[in-house]
Design a protein around this ligand. Sequence first.
Ligand SMILES: [Zn+2]
Length: 271
Amino acid sequence: MAAHPAPPRLLAFERRRLLVRGEGRPAIAELAADDLPLAELRHFALGIPDAPHMRVADLPAGIELPAGMALREVRGLLPVLPADQVRLAMRALHVVEWGRTHRFCGRCGEANEESAGELSRRCPRCELTTFPRISPAVIVLVRRGDRVLLGRGNHLPPGLYSTLAGFVEPGETLEEAVRREIREEVGIELAEVRYFGSQPWPFPDSLMIGFTAEHAGGELRVDPAEIAEAHWCALEELPPVPPAFSIARTLIDAWVRERGGDPARLMTWPA
Ligand SMILES: [Zn+2]
C-alpha cells in the first residue's frame, strides 16, 4: 500500500538570506504550503531521504514575509544556530543555489525536471542527468618549527588572516592541489601533507578539505594576484583568526593545542 505523502514543508531563501523565526536567538523557519504563495514560487526538493517532503523555496526580492519572520544572511546565522540547524541551513543553501543555476539542461537547453527518489535533475529531451555541483577546495595549515603560516588573501581586509586555500583542478589529487596552491601563492615547498578533516562550505558550492603540512624549502614570496601578505606566526603573536564554525579555525585551534596554548584565548575576526 502506498504511503500517503506528507504535505510539503519549506525552507526559504532570498539569495543567501534564510527565512528565520523569532527575534534574538533565531531558528530556521519551516513553512507549510499555505504560508507562501507556493504556486508562484520556484522550489526544489532538499533530497533528505528520511524527509522527502522537505523543500527549499527561492524567494523573489521584496516578497511579503509571513508574520514574525525575517531574512538573515546565512554566514551571520552559523554561530547562533544549533549544530543540526547549521547542517540543514548549509545543505539548503547549496541545493537552492544549484536549483537556481541548473534550471535548464546544459547540453540542449530544455527545462530540467526533478528526479524522483534522488537529488538530481534530468533533461526530458536528451536525458542528461545533472547532480548538485560540489567544488572541492583544499585548505592547509603549514608549520615551520614553532611557527604557522597565515596569509591574507586579496579578498580579506587588512588585519584578517587565515590558512591558505584554493580550488582543486581537473586531473589533480588533493595532495597535489595542496602543494601546487602553496607553491603558487607563497613560493614554498611542502613535506608531510596529511589529511585533517573536511567541511561543506556552500558559498556557493564548495567542500573544504583540510590538510596539515610541514615547510620543506623556500622563503615566502607572495603572488600579488592572489595574496596580499603572508607570515610565519608564533603562538604568542597570532593575529585575529577566522570564526569558530570554519575549518580554518578548527585547523588553527588544533595547532594552538599542539603548541600547549588555549584556543579560547585567541582573538576572532570582527563580525
Ligand atoms: Zn538536454
